[in-house]
Design a protein around this ligand. Sequence first.
Ligand code: FES
Ligand SMILES: [Fe+2]
Length: 379
Amino acid sequence: MTSIRDGKAATDNAFLRNCWQVAAFANELDVAFLARRILNEPLILFRAGNGDVAALEDRCPHRLVPLSSGHRVGDALQCAYHGTVVAADGSCTKIPGQSSIPRNSATRAYPALDRYGLIWVWMGAPDLADANLVPDLRWLSHPEWVSSTFYMHFEADYRLVTDNLLDLSHETYIHQSTIGNREEESIADFRVTLAHEADRRIFCRREMSNIEPPPMWSATCPMADRIDRLQIASYVAPGINMTEAGYRIAGETTEYNVFLRVMHLLTPETEHSTHYFSASSRNYALRDAALTSAITDGTIRTFKEDKYILELQQRALFECPDQHVPKMSIVLDAGPIQGRRLLTAAIAREQADPTYVAPPLSLVRELDHLGSERAQVQA
Ligand code: FES
Ligand SMILES: [Fe+2]
C-alpha cells in the first residue's frame, strides 16, 4: 500500500497522470482566469473567446513569477513583472523592449476541455490525451436530471477521502444530524457486498432493512418513517467516486426509489490536500429550485463533517510519518483496502510504462435501471 508520508517517494507514487481529472466547475471560468494547483503543479485556467479552455503552467517563462499575478489581455496573459505575454497555447507572443522571441520561451500547456459542466485537465503525456477517455458522467448535463453542486477543499490526502467514501459505516457516527442514523443498530451492522470489475472499479453495496430515514433525507424529501435503504459506493481510480442512495417503504419488495446519485470527484492538489467537486443529482422534482438548494446545503453540512475528521486524521499522520493506515485492519476496511489496491496497481503500471493509459470505464451501464425509473416524488 502506498504510504502517504514518504517525502519525495510518496510524491512520485501518489498520482496517476495519464487520465482526465477535474480541474474546476465550468462556471468557475466565468472570470478572467483561475489559478489552481493540481497534482502539485501550479496551473492557470481560462476560457478563450471562442469557448476553448486553456490550461497553462502558472509560471512566467522569464523569471517564473506566477502568471496569475498578472492580467488577461484578450486571449492571452500578461506577466505582472516585465509584461511578457503568453498566449492560450503557451507560446510567448510579446516581450517588451525586443522584437525577437527566444526559442525556449514556451510555457507548458496542458490538454483541457469542458464536459458535463466540468473542466477536465490531462496532467500526463499530452500526446496520450484523448477526449474519448473523459469518464462518462452524462447525467450531469442531461435534461432529465438536475444537480446540486459545490466545491470544497480538504487539507487531506485524496486517498484518505476515497477510504472514507468506500466505507460509509461512518455515517452512524460522523453524520448523525445529516445522513446518519441515531438508532442503536448502526449502519456497520448491515453487511457490504463488494464487487470488482476490470481491475479498476469496485462497488460496495449495502442494503439496510427497516431503518429510520436519515435526518437530511426526511427534511428534503417526504418518505416513510421506516425505510429499506440502499447505498452503493462505487470507485474508479484515481478519483471518481459515486454514492447511489435509494429507499423504499420498509418491508416492500418494489424497486428502490433513487433519492440521490452523488458524485465525489477528487483531484489531488498536493499529496496532502484535495479539490473536492461534488454533484448530487436527482431525476425528480426537476424544477424545484428550493429542493436543489436544500440538497446543496445539506450536502455541504455533511461533507464538512467528513472534512473535520479527515483533516484531523491527516494531521495525525503528519505526526506519525512511519505509520500506515489502517494501522489495525477491521472488517469495515474491505472496501477502502480494495480501493487502495486498485489505485496503487494503476500507478505502478503507469510508472513501469509511461505510455500506458487505462481504457475508459463507464458508470452508466450500472445506472440504466435508475435512469429509466422515476422516484415517487414528482415535480
Ligand atoms: S518574470 Fe514575467 S516578464 Fe519577467
Ligand atoms: Fe461521510
